[in-house]
Design a protein around this ligand. Structure first.
Ligand code: SF4
Ligand code: SF4
Length: 84
């Protein structure tokens, strides 16, 4: 599953820099996670880095983007290839 940022976000900016996939960016009002780029940090880290740093715990799993661990790993490899 990709993760998502809820409207409890206080725009503290810390998660954007932590994302290894550059999946987080500022939206019209709050930060936003691009589900096509979020691997839940699979391939990079054991834990989602954005969740680790968010001071208000506003980054749950996105129920619209149900993915298995294998699918997340596949996304990780696809993103690596895209960045070459
Ligand atoms: S879980 Fe990882 S890949 Fe997904 S948005 Fe957070 S830091 Fe980025
Ligand atoms: S760390 Fe949490 S509160 Fe801060 S910008 Fe990211 S989602 Fe918003």
């Amino acid at each position: 599953m990709a993760l998502m940022i809820t409207d409890e976000c206080i725009n503290c900016d810390v998660c954007e820099l932590e994302c290894p996939n550059s999946a987080i960016s500022m939206g019209p009002e709050i930060y936003f996670i691009n589900p096509n780029k979020c691997t839940e940090c699979v391939g990079h880290f054991d834990e989602p880095q954005c969740v680790q740093v968010c001071p208000v715990e506003c980054i749950p799993k996105n129920p619209q983007w149900i993915e298995t661990n294998d699918q997340l790993l596949e996304k990780y490899y696809t993103l690596l290839t895209d960045n070459e």
